[in-house]
Design a protein around this ligand. Structure first.
Ligand code: HEC
Ligand code: HEC
Ligand code: HEC
Ligand code: HEC
Ligand code: HEC
Length: 415
């Protein structure tokens, strides 16, 4: 269910209409021939849960035009295809999901698949691969490639409904539908440039799972409450120039753009040193990081003149929760536009010429490192088929860590 549907249940439609009527008068709600109400009802249809099957392709379609396979779209949309292949959306059916599917029945699994492989055709293929009792018994139709489920969040999951292509308003073009050209034209809508398109999967509804009272996935609401909401959409930051890369915390360059770090080191009375790393979220349009999986470690050390290093401790930016998702350990995430001080105090060494060093280490999959490791330790309780993907997922999650930056600062004498 979308965040919008959850909102709909709380706010009477008449109230939404009234707000929009006021905004319409200011010209803020409607662009081209669409109003905000149409965009809102667009999302209800576009992300119907479950998505209905596409049905038979129109008679005039060639096999290439009919195919839902991303490699078929890629024959004509080369740039999007090349970029998408490098994105995490293309890996949404990876070993981390697959080992867990082995623990579930079909209904429970389909609740995961609504975000990881949402097409009805993908769910049918996975049901066959998993040998679930309610799997379809016939072979998939020609427009469904054998590998469609394993390809994760495919082009068609975002862009194709009932074999109609739906996309953003072309640069310099207009909203509306064309009916000629490849795949019988397409529908252009402002909804594709709206953050709510992403909210379907990057926001749990208000009645979704929570830890310590906070929604486990709350990215859209964090963004909406942030200063960025008025200036930049999810797409502006994650799809600049309409690129299909969706870089996030797994990408060092993207993550570097999120924060500004200042290191302060002061000699106080006697040998006492007071130090702080001040981290400001200047470029993530939501909390840094947005949810419980990634951790950013601030590793402090003293470096002597001869280069020898003495560790002074590690502090963590992130939302740490236990592996049962029941108890919060700490929440030091930094909301968009806000900053947080990470302080430490220590005694200066007798020899001068030392500096404080801060190494920032990003562990994008830290929560999975812990949960997958714990599950593997109890591997004898798991179905045997789950073990190989679980091992692969654990190894993968451990391999995603990287050093983001390293700063050094000599002490200043406080006055
Ligand atoms: C035979 C070539 C061909 C194939 C195959 C194809 N497309 Fe297209 N598509 C086009 C052309 C030509 C247009 C017209 C606009 C343009 O030039 O990009 C278009 C337009 C679109 C648009 C509208 C772009 C906008 O500006 O809003 C979307 C979205 C789209 N295609 C998605 C897909 C997807 C998804 C697939 C695969 C399921 C696919 N297409 C397969 C040729 C193709
Ligand atoms: C149908 C569900 C769905 C939609 C719609 C969707 N996403 Fe995702 N997104 C996912 C899933 C699932 C993953 C995780 C894939 C994986 O790592 O296996 C993901 C991953 C990402 C990541 C990578 C995060 C990281 O950890 O580095 C970013 C960034 C992202 N999405 C942004 C967006 C944006 C922006 C939009 C809207 C234009 C969007 N997504 C729409 C399901 C979705
Ligand atoms: C509301 C949409 C949604 C649902 C439902 C959902 N996920 Fe995800 N999942 C995501 C998004 C979005 C990400 C990526 C988040 C990020 O990187 O910030 C993700 C990431 C993951 C990852 C880490 C990436 C990977 O592929 O290894 C795993 C594992 C995962 N989900 C498993 C599951 C399982 C199992 C279920 C069902 C119990 C499930 N998810 C249900 C949206 C969803
Ligand atoms: C997670 C959803 C999602 C997936 C998956 C996805 N797209 Fe898109 N696509 C979008 C969004 C959102 C936009 C518009 C971005 C904007 O308005 O800034 C877009 C824009 C486009 C456009 C118009 C480009 C332009 O410059 O006007 C085409 C064509 C397209 N996508 C094709 C594809 C193809 C082909 C694939 C698979 C290889 C794909 N998309 C996968 C969400 C998606
Ligand atoms: C002002 C730019 C900006 C906007 C707006 C923005 N993001 Fe991000 N996002 C980032 C940056 C930078 C990162 C990498 C640092 C981080 O993880 O916070 C990121 C990271 C992510 C991640 C990786 C997971 C994590 O724990 O941080 C996901 C998923 C994501 N964004 C989704 C979204 C969605 C969905 C929206 C819209 C509701 C959105 N973002 C809006 C800049 C932005």
């Amino acid at each position: 269910m979308t965040a919008l549907l959850a909102l709909r249940r709380l706010v009477p439609a008449t109230l939404i209409a009234a707000v929009c009527a006021a905004l319409l008068a200011l010209g803020a709600c409607a662009r081209h021939d669409e109003g905000a109400i149409e965009v809102a009802s667009f999302f209800e249809r576009h992300w119907a849960d479950p998505l209905p099957a596409q049905g038979l392709p129109p008679a005039g379609f060639s096999a290439l035009e009919a195919s839902l396979a991303p490699q078929a779209c890629g024959q004509c949309h080369v740039r999007q295809w090349q970029q998408w292949q490098t994105s995490l959306h293309a890996r949404a059916v990876g070993p981390g999901l697959v080992w867990q599917l082995h623990l579930m029945d079909q209904a429970a699994a389909n609740r995961c698949l609504r975000c990881h492989a949402p097409l009805a055709e993908q769910k049918a293929l996975l049901a066959q691969a998993m040998q679930w009792p309610a799997r379809p018994t016939t072979a998939p139709p020609p427009h469904v490639s054998d590998d469609l489920a394993r390809k994760g969040l495919v082009c068609a999951a975002c862009h194709v409904r009932g074999h109609r292509r739906i996309g953003p308003v072309p640069q310099g073009g207009r909203a509306g539908a064309t009916t000629t050209g490849a795949h019988g034209g397409f529908v252009a809508t402002t909804a594709f440039s709206d953050s709510r398109l992403c909210a379907h999967c990057h926001q749990f509804p208000a009645d979704g799972p929570r830890t310590a009272g906070k929604l486990n996935e709350d990215t859209y609401e964090q963004w909406k409450a942030s200063p960025f909401a008025a200036q930049r959409s999810c797409q502006d930051c994650h799809m600049p120039g309409r690129q299909h890369l969706w870089r996030g915390i797994h990408d060092p360059e993207m993550t570097r753009s999120a924060i500004d770090v200042a290191l302060q080191v002061e000699r106080a009375a006697g040998r006492q040193v007071r130090a702080a790393a001040v981290v400001r979220n200047i470029g993530a349009g939501h909390h840094f990081p947005t949810y419980m999986v990634p951790k950013v470690e601030l590793q402090f050390a003293r470096v002597a003149r001869d280069g020898s290093r003495t560790p002074l401790g590690t502090q963590v930016i992130g939302w740490s929760v236990d592996t049962d998702l029941r108890h919060e350990i700490a929440d030091t995430r930094i909301p968009a536009g806000a900053s947080r001080r990470f302080e430490l105090a220590f005694d200066a060494p007798s020899a001068d010429g030392w500096e404080l060093e801060l190494r920032v280490l990003v562990r994008p999959d830290e929560h999975y490192e812990r949960t997958f490791g714990q599950s593997l330790a109890q591997g004898e309780r798991l179905p045997p088929a789950a073990l190989a993907p679980l091992r692969a997922a654990l190894e993968h999650s451990r391999g995603t860590a990287y050093e983001l930056m390293r700063l050094r600062q000599a002490p200043r004498i406080a006055n």
